[in-house]
Design a protein around this ligand. Sequence first.
Ligand code: SF4
Length: 364
Amino acid sequence: MNFDLDEIVIEERCRPSALAARVIRRAPATVPVNFIADAREAIRPASDAADPFGAGKRRMVVMDRRAPFLMTCPAGSSEFACCGYLVLVLASNCPMDCSYCFLQEYLADNPAFQVYANYANALDELERARRRTPGRALRVGTGELADSLAFDRMTGISRDLVEFCASRDGLLLELKTKTDEIDNLLTVDSRGRTLVSWTLSPPHVFSSSEKRTASPADRLAAAARVLEAGYKVGFHLDPVIAYPGAERDYLALLDDLFDTISPARVAFISLGGLRMTPALRSAARRRHPHDLLLCGEEVLAPDGRYRTFTPLRASLLRALERRIAAASPAITRYLCMEPPSIHRRVLGEAPPSAAALGAALAGR
Ligand code: SF4
């Protein structure tokens, strides 16, 4: 996939880094590469831009990260049954532009696409976390504030990460993507310690709401290739968006998935309904006024997010859960950011603890 860039900005102190050298070498000839003394000057939103968040997606800033790289998953809270994994922040923002993306709110004041040249420090943090928890499997993902593989052909970060985890017991790396940028992955032996997960949506949602992402068919084809190369694969049907015909479309998507990849080789499938805070909903409707899928009549839920009316959402998720279980009851299924009441309606039981779910996912 080729993502358009208007500019690449490199912080002077990062100029000697391996990452900056790779980005400079692989940058398209038409994209100017500029240097700046302090990158914090370059990551403020352009006040004159009509859509500062959209403009930030086209401006890559290579800089040092001043904060820790390792965080607990921001989705985790006492209200939600969460899978309890760790997030490694290696980049911030994404060149793709999904209408529902929470980054439109989360990064609204800081929208430049940042890639961190000092990511070797992230591996040191990960190693320290691993040593602090001997005997326990850690799941760590890079796809929370950015797509894990977007621009990987320029940054090459995935190779270092996969090789790092391949040589250490107790780590399972999860790369999460909506791209088909897998060429670097195919050159590394993951030793089964990296799982690549794709968020999947029906073609109708892809064309309406997921600008510049790989098509659903291309995502599945990429998943089949990394599986054959020795990686594990998982899938997120999240967000599931309710619209007329949604159940038919999402069931057809599951059929496509299981026609491409044997259910026995799917590590997990997560499900979660569309949810948006009022601020995200306003930003999304402002930035994507032609996306009819954002015009549903969601209900303000007790957690302060707009969600699909509960009976409709539970019915849709339940239909998908049944289809997955029919394909293989052994596939680990879980709900993301859904309250316990929805767990009981969809999965027929209370949510597992974060530790139990994390252990189940780490063992897949
Ligand atoms: S691919 Fe993910 S991170 Fe990128 S815009 Fe879409 S939802 Fe956001």
